[in-house]
Design a protein around this ligand. Sequence first.
Ligand SMILES: *Cc1c(COP(=O)(O)O)cnc(C)c1O
Length: 396
Amino acid sequence: MTKPNKGTGKTRHPATAILHSGRNPADQHGFVNAPAYRGSTVLFPTLDELDAYERQPFRYGRYGTPTTVALETALTELEGGERTLLTPSGYQAVTTAILAFVGAGDHLLMVDSVYQPTRKFCDTLLARLGVTTTYYDPLIGGGIAELIQPNTRVVFLESPGSLTFEMQDVPAIVKAARARDVTVLMDNTWAGPLYFRPLSHGVDVSITACTKYVVGHADAMLGAITANARTAGAVEAARTVLGSCPGSEETYLGLRGLRTLAVRLDRHQRSALEVARWLGTRPEVERILHPALPSDPGHALWKALYTGASGLFSVILKPAPRKALAAMLDGLELFGMGYSWGGYESLIVPFNPKRYRTATAWTAEGPALRLHIGLDDVGDLIADLEAGFARLNAAR
Ligand SMILES: *Cc1c(COP(=O)(O)O)cnc(C)c1O
């Protein structure tokens, strides 16, 4: 066992908690920040202590260091959970959390709008291990009850959906799953624990790709699984047998990023809304997929459940030839084309959900683009996109 890292029990505003949680200057000669502990071996001074190693706070690098515990403690408090376990990537947080609850012969319900590598995991490794997956409509709500089989162990949510931003009715799905003793896992990377706390809505396990906003600078890979009291033991056992442990540098960068998360997210949120509203006035645009816009079909759910929106949303353009789209994207100066998001920089990528959806049909005809609005001046970003539309129109 690594050191238990239950939240302190104190209630303080999350924006305050992220500054103070998991940090004790008295333990580090008065310095504000804990160092990045690097290490494999932990020494035990006596045979008695070696024999009692399971009761030591630290026993071997793979099970955690004071740096890992610091970030896990802070995230546990923020999520209102029992225990947080870090993983070397967000994707591994997803796979570790799923493997904690399923075995041969079991069934999993997976949202059709899920992050694509999660879908691939279900269709390949999980299938090979004898776990079957049924994909469900992200808008299913309480209708999920009809898909629960006697061997269903897990319902997996990701809200809003990766790329397409459908909002899921989390309370309705939780209610149906609870009634049948099915564990509920949720990938909450988009909002993160500052803007939505899954566990306080009855979700058992909250998953965050810390690579995105927690790290916040596109310079490290990191994931986190926060479990409630009912599921913490299973998640910890799975992470231990799978042997996943994040690097000390990455963990340190996660802690470093967490301290400024509230102020960065606030800026991402405001700029993204401004860009989204501007895009809504453009003749080239068919539809904006952003749940914090009143015109979005998921807006009522977002408003009822979430306290904020991040800087990631999508836009569907009116049909345009590929060469016009290339002229628009290739000439952008501030938006980079690349995967991942959550850093200070602005990004744009085209996508096509038609290629992988199975439970629901994607009917939009025009090209779809996902934008991450970074910390740039928003006027500069709009000017960059405006010049992009001029190139798109000229190349038609
Ligand atoms: C990026 C992402 C992940 C995976 O995180 P990595 O750290 O890149 O492995 C999982 N879920 C969502 C929604 C993501 O956007």
